[in-house]
Design a protein. Structure first.
Length: 312
């Protein structure tokens, strides 16, 4: 088999639970207001309910339909999640079962950076000869979120996004640059112990996130030989609108060229980037040949960026 020359995302799908938890709903559980939450986070509502495997399966089915391919053509399932159905085994095999697949399936745990990690890993597998991979980000964060805690309960919600990633022998679609990183010295600023809920040092998460976003984006752009103005759309992890706006000031990115769904989804960790990607495609914001930057950052502390020349 000849070595492939690139990758293309041929189908994208998203899934959100039906139950909406609004800022107004949270005022009954904590000392807050809709205005306070919107001003500090950019979030108006988030979704709760469902399971990680169930949401992942729905998003994957929609991505397969969007790509126009049969599930049996998938060579590998990569599921990014920080809220798996079980401590053991991973959730990816359950998703593969529901899709009727007989292939490799594994979880990636890089918190909110996970889907970008999965995309980079998928590119490596394509280079090794695989042809078609499902890369999914899915979360049921309501299971590890205390919605009475104003520090975390205003942020997190459930959802899933998936992409069919294929080998592109034409060389049109490419992963032009990428950067994956972590700093374990900051594990303590955002974590959840077994059987417990998320704990977060919000101020330190904010400070570190802004720094690592800038560093990772610059590293990927340098590797690809592009400038901020060359990028057609940036799709960041949907954590907090203030983090994005602060990082963009030094990077030279424009909010007009940024895909955001944060207001209606909240922070969905590994699901947030593919959810925003799906929304951007639905709204016609990506054209063939566009340069699309994916930027993840989160607990660990982990970060990840990938620059793709779009071909789908």
């Amino acid at each position: 088999m000849p070595a492939p020359w690139g990758l293309k995302l041929t189908g994208v799908g998203a899934a959100l639970p039906e139950k909406v938890l609004t800022n107004q709903d949270l005022t009954a559980w904590m000392d807050t207001t809709d205005e306070w939450i919107r001003e500090r986070t950019g979030i108006a509502e988030r979704r709760i309910g469902g399971s990680t495997s169930g949401l992942a399966t729905q998003a994957a089915q929609r991505a397969l339909s969007d790509a126009g391919v049969d599930a049996q053509s998938i060579d590998q399932v990569i599921l990014a999640t920080t809220s798996p159905d079980h401590v053991c085994p991973g959730t990816a095999p359950a998703v593969a079962r529901e899709l009727g697949l007989d292939c490799g399936a594994f979880d990636v745990q890089a918190a909110c950076s996970g889907w970008v990690y999965g995309l980079v890993v998928a590119n490596g597998l394509l280079l090794q000869g695989l042809e078609r991979i499902l890369v999914i980000g899915a979360e049921s964060l309501d299971r590890i979120t205390d919605y009475h805690d104003r520090g975390t309960g205003i942020l997190f919600g459930n959802g899933a996004g998936a992409a069919v990633v294929e080998r592109d022998d034409t060389g049109t679609g490419q992963l032009l640059g990428w950067d994956l990183g972590s700093n374990g010295n900051y594990v303590h600023i955002l974590y959840a112990d077994h059987g417990d809920v998320l704990q977060m040092d919000g101020k330190e998460v904010f400070r570190q996130a802004v720094q690592v976003i800038q560093r990772s984006a610059k590293a990927t752009m340098e590797q690809a030989g592009v400038e901020a103005d060359d990028i057609d759309l940036v799709i960041p992890h949907q954590a907090n609108i203030r983090i994005v706006e602060s990082a963009w000031k030094k990077l030279g990115f424009s909010m007009d060229k940024t895909a955001m769904v944060l207001e209606r989804t909240g922070n969905t960790s590994a699901a947030s980037i593919p959810l925003a990607l799906d929304d951007a495609l639905v709204n016609g914001r990506i054209e063939p040949g566009d340069l699309v930057m994916f930027l993840g950052f989160g607990a660990g502390m982990t970060w990840a960026s990938a620059l793709v020349r779009w071909n789908a």
